[in-house]
Design a binder for this molecule. Structure first.
Ligand code: F6P
Ligand code: MG
Length: 491
């Protein structure tokens, strides 16, 4: 259940894996070291402090091994069932060094190895080195959060009053009107993925606002290279029309904070519009790729919405340093946030919105292994009308992170999850890595020519340290372009 097409590798100068392993991962590890260092200094318990120092030393050791291109060592057993799989793969791959390793496996290994340090500790078991960053970035998304909360409230109120039904004359008009709202909601959800933390390590408040507002979304529509949303809508709409009682939609989540917020917006809309009768969200069980959702992030987000004044109006450390006082929320804004919170709380209380973590999502392999590695998860997902995979890493895992020709059909690149798999898959992905499939002939060449030497990663090229490959698919690294791809594996 693995692809025969070679995978992207950290050895390949043309791949984003090359600067990732050499420049980006050490920065992520340094940020982790700083986080534990700070938390240990703040700890009141001396044993906890001492253990924190050991974890810092172990993280520094991992960074050293990475930067000195040492061998990837077997993971210690920390009690989760995926360790055996990681170690089996390591032994099968032979002597594996950081700068000559499959990109997907080595990157997963790094995050999994970090987690063993915490899981095997006494005082730090539940510490998430990325948690502070995740919440701080969500707080910085205030502008877009408030804009979307207002939009959501209007939309749901309209749905409840059947306004679309009343203003549409024919069945076809109604279908088109509903389809258009569905497409808008999915595109909001898509672009929420552009701002993940593993890529944008130095994002400022202003940058975030530029990326997240509705203006930005309108400008970005032309950047969606493939858009299969009409097909996805057709299946959900048909199931509803057929009077199917249980119509479940699943989200294989990606990032916490703003992206999770827009996922909930889409989930809430699907439930309110009746396009789904239940939604199941699948987070990770361990901190992952910096910003991915773990169950606690879900609780943190809902807590922030439950007490928005405390969340937005208490000055952050950054505010205090800049001598800034946060602008108070208006009554309207408070009302919009409360509306959201109440609706989502109600869906949750009534069992229409649930979260279902599973260790499969943080294994080191691709999703081609789903049927064999996690048959229970596979069977469960077959019950769903539509499984939405969010983000770049999930796309890399769906397509096995292989060096496909970019015109390969999406259905083919899904391997065992393609046609007849029993899964109906929709991927909402902003491109932050090399793998891409399902493009029209000539598109990749056109984009390569257009974006040669452009984009935020150019500085890595200029630094002369990394990524000097001349054939790189650089356009696909920055999150500026996106693909929305659908495969109906129920036929
Ligand atoms: O390619 C850059 C990268 O940060 C990878 O580490 C990872 O595949 C991905 O982007 C993370 O993005 P997302 O949160 O969209 O999965
Ligand atoms: Mg992510």
């Amino acid at each position: 259940f693995d692809t025969k097409t070679p995978q992207w590798s950290t050895l390949d100068k043309n791949s984003f894996a090359y600067p990732s392993a050499r420049d980006r991962w050490p920065v992520i590890l340094t940020q982790g070291i700083d986080d534990v260092h700070r938390a240990a200094a703040e700890a009141t318990d001396a044993d906890m402090q001492a253990e924190g120092k050991t974890i810092v030393a172990e993280l520094a050791r991992l960074k050293y091994e990475l930067q000195h291109d040492r061998q990837l060592t077997p993971l210690p057993d920390d009690g989760l069932p995926d360790i055996a799989g990681y170690n089996k793969e390591l032994s099968q791959l032979g002597e594996l060094k950081w700068f000559n390793a499959p990109w997907l496996f080595s990157e997963c290994y790094m995050y999994r190895r970090i987690q063993t340090l915490f899981r095997l500790s006494t005082y730090w078991k539940n510490h998430d080195i990325f948690s502070k960053q995740k919440m701080a970035t969500f707080r910085s998304s205030r502008f877009a959060v408030l804009e979307l909360a207002a939009q959501y409230r209007n939309l749901v109120t309209e749905l409840e009053n059947n306004s679309t039904l009343k203003s549409s004359k024919t069945e076809e008009e109604l279908y088109k009107a509903e389809e258009s709202v569905f497409i808008d909601m999915c595109e909001i959800c898509l672009w929420g993925n552009a701002t993940d933390l593993s890529l944008l390590t130095n994002l400022s408040h202003d940058d975030l606002q530029k990326l997240q507002g509705s203006e930005a979304r309108k400008n970005s529509e032309k950047n969606i290279l493939v858009n299969d949303l009409k097909d996805a809508f057709a299946t959900l709409s048909q199931a509803k029309k057929d009077g199917k009682k249980e119509r479940r939609v699943d989200f294989i989540l990606d990032n916490a904070g703003f992206e999770l917020f827009v996922d909930l917006i889409l989930a809430g809309y699907l439930l309110s519009s009746g396009l789904a009768t239940s939604v199941i969200l699948h987070p990770k069980v361990i901190p992952w790729f910096v910003s991915d959702v773990v169950p606690k992030d879900f609780a943190d987000l809902l807590n922030a919405l439950a007490s928005p004044k405390a969340f937005y109006e208490t000055p952050s450390q950054e505010d205090r340093e800049a001598n800034k006082t946060p602008i108070p929320l208006s009554e309207k804004e408070l009302g919009d946030l409360q509306f959201l919170f109440e609706r989502w709380g109600m869906f949750h209380a009534e069992g229409e919105l649930a979260i279902r973590p599973n260790v499969f999502w943080t294994e080191g392999g691709s999703f081609w292994r789903l049927p064999t590695s996690a048959p229970d998860v596979y069977e469960d997902l077959k019950e769903s009308e539509l499984v939405i995979f969010k983000g770049d890493l999930n796309y890399r895992k769906l397509t096995a992170d292989a060096m496909w020709d970019p015109t390969t059909p999406f259905a083919e690149a899904l391997g065992p999850l393609g046609p007849k798999s029993g899964l109906r898959i929709l991927s909402l992905r902003t491109c932050k890595g090399d793998v891409v499939v399902g493009l029209p002939k000539g598109k990749d060449e056109e984009l390569r020519a257009m974006e040669a030497g452009e984009g935020p990663y150019e500085r890595w090229q200029k630094s002369g340290v990394a990524g000097e490959g001349l054939e790189a698919r650089r356009w696909a690294w920055s999150g500026k372009w996106a693909v929305i791809q659908f495969c109906d594996g129920k036929v």
